[in-house]
Every structure is written in C-alpha cells, then in structure tokens.
Design a binder for this molecule. Structure first.
Ligand SMILES: Nc1nc2c(ncn2[C@@H]2O[C@H](COP(=O)(O)OP(=O)(O)OP(=O)(O)O)[C@@H](O)[C@H]2O)c(=O)[nH]1
Length: 195
C-alpha cells in the first residue's frame, strides 16, 4: 500500500483576536471563507496534506484563541510546534505592534529551533490599510523570517504561505522522517469544526 505521507509537521497560528487566524486555516484546509466572526475558544486544529519538494507533507494546523484570557491554555501548545505563524491584520495597527509581544511569547514558550513566519492578513482591504508592507518587511528581516501579505477572503498567498513554511521545516530537518507513523487518509482531510 502506498504511504499516505512522508512527514507530519505541527504548525501553530498566533496573533491578536480577530486578525483572521481561523479564517486562514479554514481557507487553507477547506478552501472556504465565512464573514461571520466566532471567536475561538481555547484551541482547535485542522489537517491538510500537501506536496512539497516531491514529499507528501501532512500539516496539522493548530488554531489558538487570540484573547488574553486563553493565554495559559494556548502557550502550552507552543512547545510541540515545529512552525509558528504570527498573524496581524493590515487594517489594525495595534495587532502589528503586538507582533513583538507574540515574538516574546514564542521565545518564552516554544522550542528553540521553531520555524517562524509572519503574515499580514486581510490584504483585500487595501482602502483600510494601516500597516505599510515595508514596515512588516523590515520587522521580518530583523527577525530573519519570511513575510507574506495574505487574504483568507480572496485566497491571496494562503497556500503559498503554508507551503513556504512547510518547505523551510522540511529543508531544516534535512528530509528526515519526522513525527508519528500512523496511516491516515490520503488527500485533504479536515477535522474538528471551528468552535
Ligand atoms: N476582509 C477580510 N476579512 C477577514 C479576513 N480574514 C478574516 N476576516 C474576518 O475577520 C474576522 C475575524 O476572523 P477570525 O478568523 O475569526 O479571527 P481570529 O484571529 O481567529 O480571532 P480569535 O479566534 O478571536 O483569536 C471575521 O469576521 C472574518 O470574516 C480576510 O482575509 N479579509
């Protein structure tokens, strides 16, 4: 029987409440978008398998609640993550300023070698932009990480962002077989509806 996947990578999305973390995951895992805002309670995850550099990569993507009151629960999940995606909203300056605090939280709670990625979401809302692309580019460069502007709504750069992070983790691991060896379903699988 053909192997269902070569690697399992655990990713985590963090960032202020309302920046679009859940929507990015739903766009990535289900190719769907909903305008209704239901704030995440605690933590949730979805799965999608994708081809990266000729390998089948199963991505288990964890969605955290941005609200401060869930911090104790959500930071407990940092340690197991191989990649962490920091998300801000390009129409919300405060969410960009807070990226520094989210970076600090990674330093305090995640594994030392965790791969990070910065996303400026809601780039479909150009008229309401408050954060210039150059500002985020500079921040990403300072931290030595990649940066994309995305839109979960228009699907801009969502697949690109996830596959770029998966590729970086893959290359860093030297293509060694990673994590568990269960044999899941092939193709795109999702689980656990957004709470
Ligand atoms: N225009 C636009 N709206 C978006 C986009 N992504 C998310 N939204 C909207 O922003 C709101 C918040 O999205 P969520 O994905 O629930 O935000 P979140 O970061 O998961 O929030 P918490 O669960 O509270 O941490 C919703 O009303 C979404 O419809 C986007 O790319 N463009």
């Amino acid at each position: 029987m053909a192997k269902a996947y070569d690697h399992l990578f655990k990713l985590l999305l963090i960032g202020d409440s309302g920046v679009g973390k859940t929507c990015l995951i739903i766009r990535f895992a289900e190719d769907n978008f909903n305008n209704t805002y239901i704030s995440t309670i605690g933590i949730d995850f979805k799965i999608r398998t994708m081809d990266v550099e000729g390998k089948k990569i199963k991505l288990q993507v964890w969605d955290t609640a941005g609200q401060e009151r869930f911090k104790t629960i959500t930071t407990a999940y940092y340690r197991g993550a191989m990649g962490i995606i920091l998300v801000y909203d390009i129409t919300d300056e405060k969410s960009f300023e807070n990226i520094q605090n989210w970076m600090k939280s990674i330093k305090e709670n995640a594994s030392a070698g965790v791969q990070r990625l910065l996303l400026g979401n809601k780039c479909d809302m150009e008229a309401k932009r408050k954060v210039r692309k150059e500002q985020a580019d500079k921040l990403a460069r300072e931290h030595g990480i990649r940066f994309f502007e995305t839109s979960a709504k228009s699907s801009t750069n969502v697949d690109e962002a996830f596959s770029s992070l998966a590729r970086d983790i893959l290359l860093k691991s030297g293509g060694r077989r990673s994590e568990c060896r269960e044999r899941p379903k092939v193709g795109i699988t999702t689980s656990s509806p957004h709470a």
